[in-house]
Design a protein around this ligand. Structure first.
Ligand code: ZN
Length: 263
């Protein structure tokens, strides 16, 4: 630009030039936002993420199986404790009955027979309970051996889970660093854009599928379907809009940047 003499309206001209520069700058912000969105998309679709998620599901299943086995073992332990207590109680009754039988206190034949019958019942009860305990012990042994296998499998999955989690984190960190750089770049780009214009752009970008501003090239708005040729009157409306004043595409609603306005 040539050096011009200071004219009375040069302040206004400078303002218009600044407003126009801010509008042009929006295209760079859009590019920056596209790059940011691409990295976020890449981060979501990392192959390391699907590998990790598959293993995470496996780990959850392994933990759930461990939990079911633990509950099962606890139930068996409770059954065992309860049955052993019953055995102890029956034994006590048996001892009492035997003591009475041999104490010489009971003399009648019927009373002795009744007591002998009672002792026989108690013995059968004790035997039954002992069989139940044996059964419980067998089931415990079987489930405890299964538990050892399940724990081993769990530990193996856990180790791979940690490995995949680290791999994912490392890839996420790499993208995180790129994103940080892009965000910083964007901050620099937006520093000189008036807040109203920036929020207008951001509102349109969020509403219109990530694109808030587009260039007008010939009779095409880059934000619209490129097969769409705008009517000449519409193109003229956009091209002849005052410099520095935002104008939008009547078709797609995006802010329009008119290149080569002077042509
Ligand atoms: Zn458009």
């Amino acid at each position: 630009m040539e050096t011009q003499e200071i004219q009375p309206d040069s302040a206004q001209e400078t303002q218009v030039a600044q407003a126009d520069a801010a509008l042009q700058q929006l295209l760079l912000v859009q590019e920056s936002d596209n790059a940011i969105a691409l990295q976020i998309h890449k981060r979501e679709l990392l192959p390391e993420r699907s590998a990790f998620e598959a293993l995470d599901e496996k780990l959850k299943q392994a933990v759930a199986l461990q939990e079911r086995i633990k509950v099962h073992i606890e139930e068996l332990e409770q059954d065992q404790t309860k049955t052993e207590a019953e055995i102890a109680e029956t034994e006590e009754s048996l001892q009492e009955s035997n003591t009475r039988l041999y104490s010489g206190e009971i003399t009648g034949v019927r009373a002795i027979e009744a007591l002998q019958e009672q002792i026989a019942v108690l013995k059968r009860r004790k035997q039954n309970s002992e069989e139940i305990v044996l059964e419980i012990l067998e089931r415990r042994e079987s489930i405890e051996s299964k538990s050892a296998t399940v724990n081993e499998k769990h530990d193996e999955i856990q180790a791979r889970h940690t490995e995949k989690a680290n791999l994912l984190k490392s890839e996420e960190d790499k993208i995180g660093e790129i994103l940080q750089g892009l965000q910083q770049q964007r901050e620099e780009l937006t520093a000189k854009i008036p807040p109203n214009l920036l929020s207008d752009y951001e509102e349109r970008r969020d509403r219109l599928g990530g694109i808030g501003v587009a260039a007008l090239e010939g009779r095409h708005c880059i934000g619209c379907d490129l097969n769409l040729m705008h009517p000449i009157a519409e193109v003229e409306r956009m091209r002849q809009s005052p410099s520095g004043i935002p104008v939008d595409c009547s078709e797609c609603g995006r802010l329009i940047i008119v290149a080569n306005r002077e042509d």
